[in-house]
Write a protein that binds this ligand. Structure first.
Ligand SMILES: Nc1ncnc2c1ncn2[C@@H]1O[C@H](COP(=O)(O)OP(=O)(O)OP(=O)(O)O)[C@@H](O)[C@H]1O
Ligand code: SF4
Ligand SMILES: [Mg+2]
Length: 354
């Protein structure tokens, strides 16, 4: 189905000519203090997202993508806690704030959540209420963040459902989430997320549970809405095909860290980190003439309580340097102005002494 949305006239709140990053995540660590021990789910992640751009975060299951997203919105569930780092967000009024310093239950962060930063979750069923209609959930978000009457909120809710390509929007306003198909539920969640014109949309694997056609439609929809509104998108996925299609910039994560980041062309055509190279070799190419077996990364992601010493990727790395990689935890090194990597192959010689 093609999105048949109409553009909202005032849906351009995030448009700006300012080139400063909208979001900067600096060395954030989010740990879970469980009875069995500390799970370092996010252990020093860095990312920077410009206005109007799409940043894709990729990495294997369990590498900390969702916990990074939840850290930004300050909705990490207990026993999780941000233990260090900064998350600098430029508000609509031009002021920069550190989201880490905010009370996660306070009014300030609640105004930002849904108002300036919205999130589409990995599982739509768990984030949509089963006991409220779709309409009342969108209207609630609108009334919470925009100075409009109930009637105006209803009108806007209908426009939002239309915008995301839900047919007969005024009828569907009365529907419950369980009455909708997977694709329509995902669209309803996007409608709620976009209802207040966020500056930043965080989309956590928004298409994983959907069939290929619906997936393509949802991606088209997010792209169109982004072009119309100028919002930034932080898109989490493990699908490199999707990354190639939508990303401006890419951050590759491994065991809770950014191991490589750069512009999408650099990541795909000149990947530096052995993990990124392995990930790229493991995607099927439709134009491949050789009957080659797909590469699979040797070994498995280590157990969270069993973090390797030195470079966290060393037990799986084909370029492992004995005595170095198992002892030295690599810092981020710039290989060009906008491309950085955490790997000793690119580290200045002096850092090679443990
Ligand atoms: N509530 C929790 N308690 C303890 N550990 C948790 C909790 N939530 C997440 N973790 C751990 O944090 C790590 C990162 O999880 P996260 O959900 O961010 O992974 P992900 O990259 O989003 O994976 P996926 O691709 O499967 O969604 C995992 O080891 C996970 O087990
Ligand atoms: S530091 Fe060593 S083990 Fe880690 S990715 Fe680079 S070469 Fe591989
Ligand atoms: Mg996840």
């Amino acid at each position: 189905m093609q999105p048949t949305h109409t553009r909202l006239d005032h849906f351009d709140g995030a448009r700006t000519t300012d080139n400063a990053p909208l979001l900067e995540v600096k060395d954030v660590k989010t740990h879970f203090f469980t009875d069995e021990g500390i799970v370092k789910a996010v252990d020093g992640v860095n990312l920077s997202l410009k206005r109007g751009q799409t940043l894709c975060v990729v990495g294997e299951s369990g590498c900390g993508k969702s916990v990074t997203a939840r850290s930004i919105l300050r909705i990490v569930p207990p026993p999780g806690k941000i233990v260090s780092g900064e998350i600098i967000f430029r508000q609509r009024n031009g002021e920069s704030i550190d989201l880490v310093g905010m009370n996660p239950k306070g009014r300030e962060i609640r105004n930002i959540r849904g108002g300036e930063i919205s999130m589409i979750f990995q599982e739509p069923m768990s984030s949509l209420s089963p006991v409220h209609t779709i309409g009342s959930q969108i209207m609630e978000a609108i009334l919470l963040h925009l100075p409009v009457s109930k009637q105006e909120a209803r009108k806007r809710a209908i426009s939002m459902l239309d915008l995301v390509g839900i047919p007969r929007p005024s009828e569907q306003l009365e529907a419950y989430s369980f009455e909708l198909s997977g694709g329509m539920r995902q669209r309803a969640m996007i409608a709620i997320a976009l209802a207040c014109e966020p500056q930043l949309l965080i989309a956590d694997e928004p298409t994983t549970a959907l069939d290929v056609t619906t997936q393509a439609n949802i991606l088209d929809l997010i792209r169109e809405l982004q072009q119309d509104s100028g919002m930034s998108v932080l898109f989490i996925t493990h699908d490199l095909g999707v990354v190639a299609e939508i990303a401006d910039e890419v951050v590759v994560m491994y065991l809770g860290r950014d191991v490589e980041s750069g512009e999408v062309d650099a990541i795909f055509h000149d990947p530096k980190h052995p993990y990124t190279r392995a990930l790229l070799q493991s995607i099927p190419r439709y134009d491949s003439r050789e009957n080659k077996r797909l590469y699979s990364i040797k070994g498995t992601v280590p157990h969270p309580f069993d973090r390797p010493t030195g470079c966290p990727f060393h037990p799986r790395c084909d370029d492992f340097i004995a005595g170095q990689c198992n002892n030295i935890d690599p810092h981020r090194h710039s290989v060009s102005q906008s491309h950085s990597v955490r790997c000793l192959l690119y580290a200045p010689a002096e850092t090679h002494n443990p």
